[in-house]
Ligand binder design. Structure first.
Ligand code: 4AD
Ligand code: MG
Length: 462
């Protein structure tokens, strides 16, 4: 006998004589002739109301002992609900206690702080708000694949363990710690090696881009979607040590084409979540961020603004604001600058392009001015940078010179240079931070609250 989910029961088109529903008790309320049990199984935000008649078998032994958090199975009849609020409810004929929860269960009815819920990451998904977050996360991941698959992009799995520092920012978590020049001497000579990734200098990847370029230069349009790691010690609400990134890479595509895809992609994801997670978005709009739905609508209606880095610096300088980090041409934009551009100046997402070459990685294409590279960042209100990308340097000699400039050893990157030796083409791509996108569509203010198990400085464990 197959169980029906709460979501399916609430969306039923007709009554049913006999259904089975499993889930966790949210509340129990006793009236004279009945008890009302609110049942949730995580399939949707709403609870299914279960009516237990005082005359039903096991009423005193089971129903009257049901507590918040207990797991139960309910058999009964699906009937039109007389009360408001829901279309259907279950008239129970049998309720079985599957797993009890005593009064120490931390998620009793009262509201809890985000900080408290973070400390109980193993129970947090049972809170309504987090059920919504993680359903949206699942749908958003599906939409990512749908967007690219619909357009014929090939999904490439790039390595998690790698020898190269794509971004050149030195934010790598080391996998191997042994010195390859003085191998360890264990009895069989092997074990220590193997556990240390064979004593090869290896790290957790910061980005799958370089490997994605390999595949774009063979298959045309590709994307990666996987975990990435950054050992940056910034304890902010937007940085995690382990986060997921989506990285499309497109052959025969220049910076303008790249910006178009990034904008289309972000808008597609918003539209998809609006369409498929309307109930969950409504709870964010009500309890997390009152302006959320209006803001998402606004973002969909308008083209993203595009400004060069040089124009952005002029806007920031002319704003007359006093910055915590004063900014002039050549400096990295800090979060306060990015947010000013998106939130106060343009009041909508902004794509900033052509950054100074000195502050960007070795692989970006040098512009004719000799000073800037074809970088582009998408900045959004409430968050700042959500996308970072560029057109890649496809000219062998220019790339080699730039690698020298960045102090990179060309021998380590001979495979990457080969892409420029054989059939080199202009190509571009970007990375969208999956958690930052989730923050943007849910209004959740802290990256720790949109990832199932946050890895941030000070919280590296479970
Ligand atoms: O700007 P980033 O560092 O770009 C790259 O890694 C390129 N290789 C991408 C590419 O061109 N294929 O990172 C891209 C995005 C950022 O815009 C941000 O959304 C997210 O990844 N991101 C982080 N998200 C959470 N925590 C962190 N520590 C993040 N660092 C970057
Ligand atoms: Mg960036």
């Amino acid at each position: 006998f197959k169980a029906t989910s709460v979501k399916a029961a609430l969306q039923a088109s007709e009554p049913a004589d006999s259904i089975l529903v499993n889930g966790w008790v949210r509340t129990r309320r006793d009236a004279k002739a009945f008890s009302f049990v609110e049942l949730n199984d995580g399939s949707c935000l709403k609870n299914l109301q279960v009516i237990a008649d005082v005359g039903m078998p096991g009423y005193v032994e089971t129903v009257l002992k049901l507590t918040t958090g207990a797991a139960i199975s309910v058999r009964g009849e699906l009937v039109a609900s007389k009360g408001g609020g829901q279309a259907w409810e279950v008239k129970a004929s049998e309720i079985t206690l599957v797993g009890a929860a005593d009064a120490t269960y931390p998620l009793q009815k009262k509201g809890h702080s985000m900080e408290f819920l973070r400390e109980i990451a193993h129970l947090r998904p049972r809170a309504n708000l987090f059920g919504a977050v993680f359903r949206v996360r699942s749908r958003l991941a599906y939409a990512v694949h749908q967007f690219f698959q619909e357009q014929g992009f090939v999904y490439v799995h790039t390595p998690i363990v790698t020898g190269s520092d794509c971004e050149g920012a030195g934010e790598l978590f080391r996998v191997s710690t042994l010195d390859p020049s003085s191998p360890p001497k264990s009895e069989d000579g092997l074990i220590d090696y193997a556990q240390d990734f064979f004593a090869r200098p290896t790290y957790l990847t910061v980005s799958g881009q370089l490997e994605a370029e390999v595949f774009a230069c063979a298959l045309g349009n590709v994307y990666t979607f996987g975990p990435t790691f950054r050992a940056e010690n910034s304890n902010t609400s937007r940085h995690a040590s382990e986060f997921w990134m989506i990285e499309p890479e497109m052959a025969f595509t220049d910076l303008a084409g790249n910006m178009d895809v990034a904008e289309e992609f972000v808008k597609y994801l918003i539209r998809d979540v609006k369409e498929h997670c309307a109930d969950d978005l409504a709870i964010f709009g009500k309890f997390v961020d009152k302006g959320l739905l209006e803001r998402l609508e606004f973002v969909l209606e308008r083209p993203f603004q595009r400004v060069s880095y040089t124009e952005a610096i002029e806007i920031l300088t002319a704003s007359g604001k006093t910055w915590e980090n004063p900014v002039e041409w050549g400096d990295n934009l800090q979060s306060e600058h990015e947010r000013f551009l998106a939130e106060e100046h343009f009041k909508c997402p902004v794509t900033v392009y052509n950054y100074p070459k000195e502050i960007k990685p070795f692989y970006m294409r040098l512009n004719d001015d000799g000073k800037t590279v074809t970088a582009m960042d998408v900045l959004v209100p409430g968050i700042g940078e959500i996308v970072g990308g560029s057109q890649r340097e496809e000219r062998l000699a220019v790339l080699e010179a730039n690698m020298d400039h960045h102090g990179l050893n060309q021998d380590d990157y001979s495979w990457y240079l080969d892409l420029r030796r054989y059939g080199s083409v202009p190509h571009s791509g970007f990375g969208l931070g999956f958690e930052r996108m989730l923050m943007f569509v849910t209004g959740m203010a802290n990256i720790r609250d949109v990832i199932p198990f946050a890895r941030t400085p000070g919280n590296a464990g479970f």
